[in-house]
Design a protein around this ligand. Structure first.
Ligand code: SF4
Ligand code: SF4
Length: 657
């Protein structure tokens, strides 16, 4: 190799040390800003408590292998080229450093394959990957623009590009002076041209200048990583490692007895300022790329409503960068409509490449509106008042809660005798269309010979209150239910509504519940598999399935209902399906709100279902049935939407016993 003097290497080494110091200083600044949030790790931050929190699966798949980025073909390929190319180059440079201590890394097949060919290919990968992202800054998709562009990305991408070009140029000048083993094919080709046009002295000078340029650009990049959007390289995988192991939204329980928080400040419910969010929320905000994938899938944003999860995260990021930790103008800047338009569908959570949970951040601001400011949209307020006074949120319903079982012999749950409690839930009790789901489920349970019973009188689970931000009402409702279930010894519960299932399974155990809850679609699947429920004949009709958000995204339940529907008909899929399903619009209390924008969310979803040409649209949640039936009615398709239980009940074979 042409001579690079020892002092030059020493000087470059010093520059790298300074760059690394800048990197660590930047990371410390992130840590200090994030530390303003509420404690995340609990009272003790030791190795055991941190290790216990780590979500290795998310870290490896999303943090290291960037699985969610790969869901978009071109940006996935480009990011893969950039990420793995850069990783290979870092390893290559580390191996090169070993040559200073006498390790013959350039010798033999290893030198040819790894140090020459491997590094050459890695450089090309980085070049192509970063070129894609840089060009896209000039022709951005709508999601990158909507809600604001994160400043600084293009400068850092240009810096990477220049570093790679300088690296190749310096390599070519080096090869012009001293040919390599042939693995550096691009550099060798350029070197031939340099040799023709420059004399050796000029080539040597060019090599030294370009070597320094490459070194300076590389060191500058390292120094700037933590001070620019490139910090996502480190914060993204960290955030994935600390992501909740349970998918969907996990709202932290509130301590209503405490007068002071862990830092000795008066307790504030929900968030109005950054310091009211948790440290994990602030890590989310710091890691956010402003990529807009969440905006692109958000049903509120996509139907023209005043909410963009990206904008919420970006606004918080601006406050964080400016050190406005205690500034309660944040909640006003985010806007009340935006906060209440969220349907809690968790599409933003599912799609985020750095494992952010924008919905949890939004819902903390919603909690503050409701519990500290007594402020919520009128329709939601009416539903809340009804829940407080009458035990369910269906304002002005004319339905008799027992109408659904007229003509049926439905047993009441007998303590010590009955195995399953069939939980009816508020939407089924008070909405005639949803009542048909309960009637169908009773026929199924009777046919399977299951020991089941209902409560004489039941309340709501409290899910609408919780998701509308009224945690106090949720806890009160849940405690009454838990007490009653305990008194009669309930061990197994069947739910007809995905929201009831999620509440019982995710939030009730925090309050002392210890029973097992099973969604009716999952139970039906088990009963068919066991042979306890027999399908008389499979129909020829085509069925498309709308995955309820609270089953698919929140709880990963996607295959069970598909197996059931495939047993009774011909299943065809919508474009957005399984965990990528599009919300019906009911969640987060928007069954009682959800107005405004350019379209109703349910109308968009039913159009997608009708576009499949399926004879029937199936779902597995009573709120989805209600929302989609209402939207189908606008197409004069009132008998188009069915709960999975209805489709099964009409095809079961009754085995005389
Ligand atoms: S929250 Fe996630 S998906 Fe949304 S803009 Fe930030 S990084 Fe992108
Ligand atoms: S949970 Fe759903 S509605 Fe709420 S911000 Fe996320 S994508 Fe939008």
């Amino acid at each position: 190799m042409p001579e690079i003097s020892a002092p030059s290497y020493f000087l470059l080494g010093l520059l790298l040390v300074a760059a690394l110091a800048s990197l660590f200083r930047g990371l410390r600044a992130h840590r200090d800003r994030i530390a303003h949030g509420k404690a995340f790790f609990g009272p003790r931050i030791d190795r055991a408590s941190v290790l216990a929190r780590i979500n290795w699966r998310a870290f490896i798949s999303r943090g290291v292998f960037t699985s969610r980025l790969r869901q978009r073909r071109w940006s996935g390929i480009a990011h893969g080229l950039l990420f793995f190319g850069a990783l290979a180059l870092i390893c290559g440079h580390a191996l090169f450093a070993l040559s200073f201590v006498g390790v013959p890394v350039y010798a033999g097949w290893f030198g040819y394959l790894v140090m020459e060919l491997g590094r050459e290919i890695a450089g090309i990968m980085v070049f192509l990957g970063v070129l894609f992202f840089l060009l896209r800054r000039f022709f951005p998709p709508q999601r990158l623009v909507a809600g604001g562009k994160r400043p600084g990305f293009e400068r850092m991408e240009a810096l990477i590009l220049l570093t790679v070009v300088a690296g190749y140029s310096s390599e070519s000048f080096r090869l012009a002076l001293q040919p390599g083993g042939g693995g550096e094919f691009l550099g060798t080709a350029i070197a031939a041209s340099i040799r023709q046009h420059l004399d050796p002295d000029a080539t040597l000078l060019g090599f030294k200048l370009l070597w320094w340029l490459h070194g300076l650009l590389g060191a500058s990049f390292i120094a700037l990583i933590a001070h620019t959007p490139m910090s996502h390289m480190l914060l993204g995988p960290t955030n994935s490692a600390l992501a909740s192991r349970r998918s969907g939204i996990n709202l932290a329980p509130l301590d209503f007895d405490a007068e002071q928080d862990a830092a000795g400040n008066p307790v504030v419910f929900g968030a109005a300022r950054l310091i009211d969010l948790t440290q994990k929320n602030l890590l989310d905000v710091s890691a956010c790329l402003w990529c807009g994938r969440c905006h692109e899938v958000c049903p509120a944003a996509q139907t023209g409503k005043d909410l963009s999860p990206k904008k919420v995260m970006a606004t918080c990021a601006e406050y964080l960068a400016a050190g406005r930790f205690d500034d309660n103008s944040l909640i006003e800047v985010l806007g009340r409509d935006a906060i209440f338009n969220c349907t809690t569908c968790a599409a933003c959570v599912e799609v985020c490449p750095v494992s952010n949970n924008p919905a949890e951040v939004i819902l903390e601001f919603r909690r503050h509106h409701v519990m500290e400011l007594s402020d919520m949209p009128d329709t939601m307020a009416a539903a809340n008042r009804n829940l407080e006074s009458r035990g369910h949120p269906f304002v002005g319903t004319a339905a008799n809660p027992d109408d659904w079982r007229s003509g049926l012999q439905v047993p009441i749950f007998e303590p010590g005798t009955t195995e399953y409690l069939l939980w009816i839930g508020c939407s089924v009790r008070y909405e005639p269309r949803a009542q048909e789901t309960a009637r169908a489920m009773v026929r199924i349970l009777e046919a399977a010979g299951l020991s089941y019973g209902i409560l004489g009188e039941s309340r709501c689970t409290g899910d609408p209150a919780k998701m509308m931000g009224n945690e106090m009402q949720f806890v009160e409702t849940a405690q009454e239910n838990i007490e009653e279930f305990r008194e009669i010894g309930v061990q197994k519960v069947i739910t007809l509504c995905a929201h009831c299932f999620n509440s019982f399974d995710r939030y009730y155990p925090e309050l002392g519940a210890d029973w097992k809850t099973i969604p009716h679609s999952v139970l039906i699947d088990e009963l068919i598999a066991d042979g306890r429920l027999q399908i008389a004949h499979k129909g020829e009709e085509t069925i498309t399935f709308h995955d309820p958000c609270y089953l698919a995204r929140h709880n990963g339940i996607v295959d069970e209902t598909r197996r059931v529907l495939s047993a009774v008909g011909q299943l065809i899929e919508m474009p957005r399906t399984r965990e990528q399903s599009f919300c019906c619009g009911a969640g987060g209390g928007n069954y009682w709100g959800g107005q405004g924008g350019t379209a109703r969310i349910g109308d968009v979803r039913i159009q997608e279902a009708l576009d499949t040409g399926a004879d029937k649209v199936a779902t597995a949640c009573s709120f989805c049935t209600l929302m989609l039936t209402a939207s189908a009615g606008k197409h004069s398709e009132t008998r188009k939407v069915f709960d999975v239980a209805e489709l099964v009940a009409e095809r079961i074979r009754i085995v005389e016993g």
